[in-house]
Design a binder for this molecule. Structure first.
Ligand code: BYC
Length: 314
């Protein structure tokens, strides 16, 4: 048996035995590359995800709402940082990853290419987008790569608070004036289908699932998680008197799940390829932010160089 085959078999045994893989451990190159891809896309999603919500900081309806929204958006920045750090443990530089985002080579979640048009959208983002995110991310607290799993534990705690604050905004609007209720319903109508798309293509069309499941990077499939999200969220919508915009939605007694209508995969791929309603604006905002932060990075690097020189001289 060749050495690599031996190593690969031992690696798979460790995965099957639920041992965590740590940065200095041997791992197949494809495992490393798959993780760098997923973790960095996840980090980019957190950072780009700040933009639709940032749009409402100055227009939040009260000081309390504004303070909560600011804290939530700061949490997303923190998630991006933990995730970039986790990716760096795999031997890739943060500047490289950010360059891939800014040059359009790396993906980020399709959901953040939709506009946030009203205050109710902030409720819908928390309720549906963070709700879908947690549904997917709870399994990632048990992912096989140690640094990613540990980052996800903290992220999930924060996402759970985000989901509740979004649902609370929606429930207040849904029990308010007719106009407020209509605003909440309109936000649900626009965010529902894009939220279902967040889970990625159907299992049959998911390029990475088989390998990611074998290596326990992912532990549940795109379709399983999407179904669980639908089952849970439909009941939450009913509780606050809103209607999920799907004429085919129906409880299936036999399956013990809701059946739901077809997802528009053309829309999904169109958004993923860069042609969604806000893709260009999002990338323009990120590039400008990166340029505006250049002096901070340069100052930090100069400071670090000065400190290192002083240490060598001493
Ligand atoms: N959007 O083989 P598949 C948040 C791509 S942020 C765009 O199934 P995989 C938040 C996929 O990358 C939450 N692209 O992929 C932040 C692949 O293309 P590549 C973000 C998508 O990786 C701020 C191709 O389609 N969550 O919570 O096995 C405010 C084939 O797909 C999408 C994460 O990133 C998509 N929706 O499964 C509020 C969680 N879906 O890479 C909230 C971590 C798929 O071959 N990521 N693609 O070019 C994952 O769990 C997995 O990567 C996914 C996809 C389930 C998303």
């Amino acid at each position: 048996m060749s050495d690599v085959k031996n190593l690969e078999e031992r690696f798979q045994e460790r995965i099957d035995d639920e041992q965590k893989i740590e940065p200095r451990d041997w791992m197949p190159d494809k495992y490393r590359q798959n993780l760098i891809r997923q973790i960095s896309q996840h980090a980019h999603s957190e950072v780009v995800g700040m933009l639709p919500e940032g749009n409402w900081i100055s227009r939040a309806p009260s000081l309390r709402r504004k303070a909560i929204l600011l804290a939530k958006i700061q949490d997303e920045a923190g998630h991006g940082l933990y995730l970039y750090s986790a990716a760096e443990t795999l031997g890739v530089g943060r500047d490289q990853l950010i360059d891939q985002l800014l040059t359009g080579k790396a993906k980020y979640s399709s959901i953040f290419n939709y506009p946030s048009l009203s205050w109710a959208d902030i409720g819908a983002i928390g309720w549906l987008v963070d709700g879908a995110a947690i549904m997917n991310q709870v399994m990632l607290t048990r992912t096989s790569y140690g640094p990613y799993a540990r980052a996800m534990v903290r992220i999930c705690k924060e996402e759970s608070f985000h989901q509740r604050q979004g649902y609370e905004i929606m429930s207040v609007l849904a029990s308010g004036t007719e106009e407020q209720k209509a605003m909440a319903q309109d936000a649900l109508d626009r965010w529902w289908w894009p939220s279902l798309m967040m889970f990625g293509p159907n299992d049959a069309d998911s390029a990475h699932s088989a390998e990611s499941m074998k290596w326990k990077i992912k532990r549940e499939s795109n379709d399983e998680l999407r179904q669980r999200f639908v089952d849970r969220t439909v009941q939450q919508a009913e509780t606050i008197g809103l209607t999920v915009p799907d004429p085919d939605l129906k409880w299936n007694e036999e399956r013990g799940h809701y059946d739901f209508g077809p997802i528009d995969w053309d829309e999904f791929w169109n958004v993923v390829k860069g042609n969604g309603p806000c893709n260009r604006d999002r990338m323009k905002a990120r590039r400008e932010a990166h340029e505006n932060g250049r002096w901070v990075r340069e100052a930090a690097a100069a400071h670090a160089a000065k400190k290192a020189a002083r240490k060598t001289a001493a």
